[in-house]
Design a protein around this ligand. Structure first.
Ligand code: AHG
Ligand code: MN
Ligand code: MN
Length: 341
């Protein structure tokens, strides 16, 4: 007769796998009352595209997906092959999910009409954030914002659908392709982060109800732009050094943001000589992360105004960005608001 395994072994064998993304969205459906499962579908579409992009990324060095695609995007930047691959994968997944009527993408000059006129939602996205890091195996990301359309259902989408201020987002999030594959999002009821379990092919809730610290010890900015910054910004950065804060800068906004979200910190990308309006794009980088930052107790500003209050006039417009722990952003603004000495 085989000995009965001790209960602890059985407990381990039948332990819960945790809460899957689908289960979590269903449990929280009441937070998205006007959606009869549409948000679930859009997040499932994002999760599917993320897995496919991650798959390509993991073997990029082997399948020749590294390097430039040979085209320049509307930003005037050399598109990397993985920018193009990620863009195709996310546009296709969101289009086939049929819950999105239009997409704004960093990689497309104009609004993409998905041919789903009955769909009620718009997505603004940066399909691959941190392109300069792709070929050197440094974490990169995807950033997305979800809005309700303004034009009548059944009609083609219009520019008014996509030029909405960040405060009107119904959801936003990011994918981080790092040592683990992470999907983080908010629908305005807190921030929740999911880690992909490759063994069962599911995103599992790993960081419920994320809150950032009121004050952190990490500051992130590209030191190479220091001489372009205003006197107040330079004075705040000197304050960070005087406080012996830790300098961390990955060069992928999603990676820098995610670290600061978990550990507390502040990220700066002010206006520079090369990018007098700032480098980062309002619709599909700043707004999405500003919504998450505020939902996690942090703040996001362009140095003069709350990011989420900026009314966009162009789908690819840029903005200076100061984002992270509320106490650190407040400190930075105090230095920036000092009259130029
Ligand atoms: P993208 O790859 O989508 O163009 O975004 C890159 C952005 C952002 O990820 C990062 O914070 C910033 O560019 C880095 O800019 P610098 O290389 O000028 O520091
Ligand atoms: Mn980007
Ligand atoms: Mn990008």
């Amino acid at each position: 007769m085989k000995p009965t395994p001790p209960q602890k072994d059985l407990n381990r064998l039948v332990a819960s796998i945790g809460t899957t993304l689908d289960r979590f969205i269903t449990q929280r459906q009441q937070e998205f009352p006007y959606a009869k499962g549409e948000l679930s579908q859009i997040l499932r579409d994002v999760g599917l595209a993320a897995k496919i992009v991650h798959k390509a990324m993991m073997s990029s060095g082997l399948i020749g997906i590294e390097g430039p695609a040979g085209e320049r995007n509307v930003q005037g930047e050399d598109q990397q092959k993985l920018d193009v691959v990620a863009n195709v994968r996310f546009v296709r997944a969101l289009t086939r999910g049929q819950e999105v009527c239009a997409i704004i993408s960093e990689e497309n000059e104009h609004l993409i009409d998905t041919g789903n006129p009955q769909a009620k939602y718009i997505v603004a996205m940066d399909p691959l954030d941190g392109s300069s890091n792709i070929d050197v195996n440094v974490p990169v990301g995807t950033i997305f914002s979800i809005y309700r359309r303004q034009s009548p259902v059944g009609q083609p989408p219009t520019p008014a659908d996509v030029l909405q201020k960040g405060a009107d987002q119904v959801a936003s999030g990011y994918v981080l392709y790092g040592s683990s594959l992470i999907l983080t999002y908010t629908t305005g009821y807190g921030v929740n982060s999911f880690t992909y379990d490759h063994t069962i092919g599911e995103f599992i809730l790993s960081h419920p109800n994320l809150k950032t610290k009121e004050h952190g010890q990490i500051f992130s900015y590209n030191e190479g732009n220091y001489h372009d910054f205003g006197q107040g910004t330079r004075a705040y950065l000197q304050h960070c050094r005087d406080q012996r804060y830790t300098a961390r800068y990955v060069g992928s906004l999603v990676a820098d943001f995610h670290r600061n979200l978990l550990k507390g910190g502040i990220f700066f990308y002010p206006a520079t000589a090369k990018s007098p309006q700032g480098k980062l794009r309002l619709l599909y980088e700043c707004n999405a992360l500003a919504f998450l930052a505020e939902q996690a107790g942090g703040q996001a500003t362009n140095g003069h105004q709350r990011i989420l209050e900026i009314v966009p006039t162009h789908i690819h417009q840029r903005s200076p960005l100061i984002i992270g722990s509320a106490g650190m952003v407040a400190d930075a603004l105090r230095f920036i608001d000092q009259p130029e000495g």
